[in-house]
Design a protein around this ligand. Structure first.
Ligand code: ZN
Length: 159
């Protein structure tokens, strides 16, 4: 996840581990986002990892070759982490709003889920749902599903 993904609150990803780097956390200065990140970390839904230097170098080199000179250290760390996770055999997907990251990721053979820039100005409405039986309604994530007892989760509502 890049900083925009954190600020937008994409800290709970369905059946996945959300990963970011400390450089991205620094970039996500927005107080609300930082609070959300901390809350999510407590819930164990976001993992802060540092990319190994070899992957940072790979990402930098690819950026140089493509002429993507606008990328920040945080952006590079997102790409490096994705490379590293892929090498570990993880099914990896980058959450980003940054076109340069998307561009570079596709060159590196990494999957990307783009977040629209305009999304930043929108308020995300969350809905609470049950991944087991499909129940959707008003409840708190983490509570047991009223229908089947499975742990409830949340996701952005699609209108
Ligand atoms: Zn259920």
């Amino acid at each position: 996840m890049d900083a925009a993904a954190l600020i937008l609150g994409f800290t709970q990803v369905e059946d996945a581990v959300a990963v970011t780097s400390s450089k991205v956390l620094e970039e996500a200065r927005d107080r609300e986002a930082r609070y959300r990140v901390l809350a999510a970390q407590e819930g164990g839904s976001i993992k802060v990892m540092e990319p190994e230097p070899v992957y940072v170098e790979k990402a930098r080199e690819a950026a140089r070759k493509l002429g993507e000179i606008e990328l920040s250290e945080a952006d590079i760390s997102v790409l490096a982490l994705a490379l590293q996770a892929s090498k570990l055999g993880w099914d990896t997907c980058i959450l980003t709003s940054d076109y340069s990251i998307q561009n570079l990721a596709s060159k590196l053979g990494l999957k990307v889920k783009p977040i629209l820039h305009q999304g930043i100005r929108e308020v995300i409405t969350w809905e609470v749902y049950c991944g087991a039986c499909g129940w959707v309604g008003y409840d708190k994530p983490g509570n047991p599903c009223p229908r089947c007892g499975h742990k409830l989760r949340r996701r952005p509502r699609r209108d």
